[in-house]
Write a protein that binds this ligand. Structure first.
Ligand code: DX5
Ligand code: ZN
Length: 214
C-alpha cells in the first residue's frame, strides 16, 4: 500500500490547522515538513517551534526533511517532535554517526540524496536507514518539474536493499502528480511526497484519496 506524505511547504500557514485536519480525515499517512536553512538550500522555511506546534495538534506521523548544513548539530532538538527524521547525504555531517544519532533519539532514520548524487554512494549506509528519500527536484522549492532520473535511482535502491535483505521505505519528493506518481511507484517508491499537487486542489481531501488510489 502506497503511503502519502503531503508537504505543507506550499500551504497557507495561517490555515495550517484546518488543512492538517482535512489531510488527517482523508487518511494521510504522514505529514512532510521541509526545514530549510538558507545555506544548504537557497530558501528559508521553518524550524523546531512550528514542528512542535504541529506535533501538539496532530497524531499523524511527522516526516521531517532537514535541508540544513551540518545537520548532526540539530538532531536531538528535531527528534523530540519527529517520527521520521531525514537529512542530506551531501550536507557535511558524518553520515553513519548522524543516522545512528537519529535512531538513538527514538526516530526512524532517513537518508536523502539530491539529484546529483548516485545511489551507489549510499549503499553502505542502507542497513542504518529506515527510509531513503530520493529527490526528484533540486531541493529548496516546491512546484518544480519532476526529474525522470529519479526513477532509475529508485529502481537501483530497491534492488540493492532487497539484495541486502533490508526492508526500507523508499520515498520520492518533488513534482509528484497524477502523471508522475504511477511512474515512481512502478520504479519502487513506497512513500510519495506531494506539495503543490495537493494544495492546489479545490478539495485536498479528495486529492489525497485520488493519489492513494493510483
Ligand atoms: C523541495 C521540498 C519538497 C517540495 C515538494 O525542496 O523538499 O518537499 O515541497 O513540493 P512539490 O510537490 O510541489 O514539488
Ligand atoms: Zn521535502
Amino acid at each position: 500500500m502506497i503511503k502519502i506524505s503531503p508537504s505543507v511547504l506550499t500551504s497557507d500557514f495561517l490555515n495550517l490547522k484546518d488543512d492538517i485536519k482535512k489531510l488527517e480525515d482523508a487518511g494521510t499517512d504522514m505529514l512532510h515538513l521541509d526545514v530549510m536553512d538558507g545555506i544548504f538550500v537557497p530558501n528559508i522555511s521553518f524550524g523546531v517551534p512550528v514542528i512542535k506546534s504541529i506535533r501538539e495538534h496532530s497524531n499523524v506521523p511527522l516526516d521531517v526533511h532537514l535541508m540544513i548544513d551540518h545537520p548532526h548539530r540539530y538532531i536531538k532538538e528535531f527528534a523530540k517532535f519527529s517520527d521520521y527524521l531525514g537529512f542530506h547525504y551531501e550536507a557535511g555531517s558524518d553520515v553513519e554517526t548522524t543516522l545512528l544519532k537519529i535512531r538513538e533519539n527514538g526516530c526512524k532514520a532517513c537518508l536523502t540524496i539530491k539529484p546529483c548524487t548516485a545511489p551507489e554512494e549510499i549503499y553502505d549506509y542502507l542497513p542504518l536507514c529506515d527510509m531513503v528519500l530520493v529527490m526528484s527536484v533540486e531541493p529548496g522549492f516546491g512546484g518544480q518539474k519532476f526529474m525522470p532520473s529519479a526513477l532509475d535511482k529508485l529502481t537501483a535502491l530497491k534492488a540493492e536493499s532487497e539484495r541486502q535483505g533490508l526492508n526500507i521505505e523508499l520515498e520520492v519528493d518533488g513534482g509528484i502528480n497524477a502523471d508522475t506518481a504511477p511512474l515512481a511507484v512502478k520504479a519502487g517508491a513506497t512513500v510519495l511526497v506531494a506539495g503543490n499537487y495537493i494544495f492546489s486542489a479545490d478539495d485536498i481531501s479528495e486529492r489525497i484519496r485520488e493519489i492513494k488510489s493510483l
